[in-house]
Design a protein around this ligand. Structure first.
Ligand code: SF4
Ligand code: SF4
Length: 107
């Protein structure tokens, strides 16, 4: 013992050890979300800034062509993985064309 009251660092029980790197993907971590980001595919210009900034890698780029109401054509679309999105709102802030609405989560 380092002192009468406190154990030394190497006497502490192991904690916070990640024995399987990448295993957060297998956990449902989106259930504490209070607000949900929703992409407006018509406004989205596919700049991918949301994909870059999302701390949870919750944006999926899908091969789903899309034509906007004004005739702009895209070869892919973006989808949000709500299984992992925690509703931090960073994507909403970073989107340069306000194409992501932040709506109250209804469970
Ligand atoms: S709200 Fe946060 S976690 Fe969810 S998609 Fe946007 S940046 Fe990612
Ligand atoms: S940041 Fe906005 S415009 Fe850019 S890809 Fe994401 S939703 Fe679309």
């Amino acid at each position: 013992m380092a002192s009468k009251e406190l154990p030394a660092w190497n006497e502490l029980p192991a904690g916070g050890i990640i024995i399987e790197p990448g295993n957060s993907e297998e956990r449902y971590t989106g259930d504490w979300r209070v607000f949900r980001p929703v992409i407006n595919q018509d406004k989205c210009i596919r700049c991918l800034l949301c994909w870059v900034y999302c701390p949870d890698s919750a944006f999926d780029i899908v091969e789903e062509p899309y034509e906007t109401s004004t005739g702009r054509k895209y070869k892919f679309s973006l989808k949000i993985d709500y299984y992992h999105c925690k509703g931090c709102g960073i994507c909403v802030e970073e989107c340069p064309v306000n194409a992501i609405d932040f709506v109250e989560e209804v469970k």
